[in-house]
Ligand binder design. Sequence first.
Ligand SMILES: [Cu+2]
Length: 333
Amino acid sequence: MNTPARLGAYALGLVVIFGGALGAGNAVGASGPAPTADAHPIHATPTASQAGDHATHTDPAPAPATTGKPVPGGLQVSQDGYTLLPQTLTLQPGKTTDFRFSVIGPDGKPVTAYRTEHGKRLHLIVVSRDLGSFQHLHPELTGDGVWSVKLTLPEAGTYRAFADFAPEGGRGLTLGVDLQAPGAQEPEALPATSRTATVDGYTVTLDGDLTPGASSRLTLKVGKDGHPVADLQPYLGAYGHLVALRAGDLAYLHVHPDGEPGDGKTPPGPRITFYAEVPSRGDYRLFLDFQHEGTVRTADFTVRAGELPAPATTPSPAAATPSASASHGDHDH
Ligand SMILES: [Cu+2]
């Protein structure tokens, strides 16, 4: 019942699941007791291909289209010899907990030296597995390489925590681990695709399309009470911070802000521009953090990349039931 043993078993399960899903080449890179030795040949090619790129954490080396693509971020609890190790994987729902974790480095010791990326040494994103709940937190690095943050999992269910960081001397990584909030849960269906989001009286509209396998330009326009907001405040070195997660497996995608406050060409709204790279067709959840009048708010969207067959909401004429509207969330039973 000790945490490292449980985590080890968990990590193995994760590797098996995604190894199966993503193919043998990736599974080799992700698995095994000696991840450093196995992983490096897999990742060396895309990293080396980015000449001069110092691997900021938003830029983990997309591969040329002709080679095997690297596994998207966030799907693995361990990568390139670095392992995300929470002190607990279970938190009581609705209860604020001092959540502590470490990143274990290739030398087997907690990493204590990190590069600052987007104004912080580590970004912790926590979402519910149904992608209904989103939190963007900045833990404090305490002694001995232990990160600490006040975390509340709002409701019972399974959550995914992403640690987005760059160890000193290494490339940027996003490691992911599942957290459990025990109790009866009501998973929500993925929100319908939408180009408009509202939060606290703000309306954010999305322009641009996600193109599978390509860098896609996305522009988000912030308004309030029918007026454009042109005095956004810098947050994490930009006028907005965008996290994109793939529905189905919560792959954590690379998003680059276009321009930054003070560069002489990036206005403080109402439009914020990003470049996002999605690896495949499918549905994605976008979470935009923006700051205005001293408060950070999050606008969320569901966006479809590429074409998909119409979902089989009514399985077949023979199986059609009169209570189709009650099928909300039944995919999880
Ligand atoms: Cu952050």
